[in-house]
Design a protein around this ligand. Structure first.
Ligand code: HEC
Ligand code: HEC
Length: 326
């Protein structure tokens, strides 16, 4: 009997030593990212305009990095909080508050170089080289056109400084180790489509649509289920809401929605005084108001063309359920 315990004890020690070794290795070896590039981004009027547009629409920077009014339909940004951070994006992984990206020197990006911001946006590490959680979608931003990234950085620099100290993130095991291994150098930036190919234009802008509207398993979109809906969100009012099927399937998707209906649906949410969840019957994390306020009709139209070019997937989604019920 004693012998068995002794063997078990030794095995346990071996396991612990290996686990500790693995832990120390992961801590020491990752994230594997090069020094921030030495760049100075000229804030030309073209860049500021393009950056403002993207950050307040399809790049969703201001949507995630500001205060949101939870009592209103589609959770609009609270004016005056742009960039201050603090909202939690941890979901199942822990507590991951969005950072303060205003120019505040103490609590924001005031002391960061342009190169450090570019590296954070595309490689996923903070100023000090520590890893960012992928809720900050740096793996997707690394596929943007470098000029668009420069434009966003130039614009972010103009956000009025807000002193707001965001608490540190707290990740659960084992995501705290996994997330550390994801950051990497950018090998090739994307290319902004020229505007003639509407489907490419829609694809370039629609990264977030795809993210929220595709069911995934272990962080990867289930192949063949792109845009088929079903991602779940818990709303502050206790309901669970699921993203819609926005493939061109006529029965369960948006195949019967014309381009005009699609654009009008967004535009009907652009007015802040018309965002009462009670009259709309539910509340939603879908950024109807955010996109409606900024997007050009040309870009909405391109996204529509892109969605209509997808494979129709039959997948019926129950939009709203009360938590605990089914
Ligand atoms: C889906 C929500 C989301 C979107 C969209 C998003 N961010 Fe973030 N961002 C976060 C979260 C959450 C963090 C904190 C990650 C962490 O602490 O590990 C973060 C971190 C950052 C950081 C690092 C700051 C620091 O102190 O380390 C920068 C810079 C940043 N975001 C800028 C941007 C810009 C610019 C955009 C648009 C191009 C953007 N973010 C879009 C959620 C988002
Ligand atoms: C934060 C996650 C999120 C993002 C990002 C998002 N959506 Fe949604 N979307 C939802 C949810 C949840 C619903 C269901 C509730 C509702 O109708 O608002 C929805 C509903 C919709 C609907 C209504 C479909 C129907 O049949 O009623 C359309 C159309 C749509 N989204 C298009 C888009 C497009 C285009 C984008 C990108 C610009 C996008 N969504 C980005 C979460 C998201």
């Amino acid at each position: 009997m004693k012998k068995v315990f002794k063997i078990l004890g030794i095995l346990l020690i071996i396991v612990v030593v290996f686990a500790a070794g693995g832990y120390i290795y992961l801590q020491a070896a990752f994230p594997k990212v090069s020094a921030a590039p030495d760049i100075k981004i000229e804030p030309t009027p073209e860049r500021l305009e393009r950056g403002k547009y993207l950050a307040n629409s399809y790049a969703f920077c201001i949507d995630c990095h500001s205060g949101r009014d939870m009592s209103k339909f589609s959770l609009p940004v609270i004016p005056g909080t742009e960039g201050k951070g603090g909202d939690d994006y941890g979901e199942g992984a822990g507590f991951v508050p969005a950072s303060n990206i205003t120019g505040d020197k103490e609590t924001g990006l005031g002391n960061w170089t342009d190169g450090e911001i570019l590296r954070a946006l595309t490689s996923g590490v903070s100023k000090d080289g520590s890893f960012l959680a992928p809720m900050m979608p740096y793996t997707l931003f690394s596929k943007m056109d470098k000029e668009d990234l420069y434009a966003i950085i130039a614009y972010i620099r103009t956000l009025p400084a807000i002193n707001n100290k965001v608490p540190k993130k707290e990740l659960k095991f084992p995501v705290n180790l996994i997330f550390r291994t994801i950051p990497s150098d950018v090998t090739e930036y994307g290319k902004r489509p020229d505007g003639l190919d509407k489907i490419k234009q829609g694809e370039y802008l629609g990264y977030a649509c795809k993210f929220c509207h595709s069911p995934s398993e272990k962080g990867e979109i289930i192949p063949g289920m792109e845009f088929a809906g079903g991602m779940e969100f818990s709303m502050p009012d206790g309901t669970t809401i699921r993203s819609s099927n926005i493939t061109p399937d006529k029965e369960t998707g948006i195949g019967n929605m014309t381009k005009e209906m699609f654009i009008a649906r967004f535009k009907s949410c652009g007015d802040d005084s018309n965002l009462d969840p009670k009259t709309r019957g539910f509340n939603t994390p879908m950024a109807w108001n955010f996109i409606a306020k900024t997007s050009t009709d040309d870009d909405l139209s391109a996204i529509y063309e892109y969605l209509m070019a997808q494979k129709p997937v039959m997948n019926k989604i129950e939009k709203v359920t009360k938590q605990g019920l089914k």
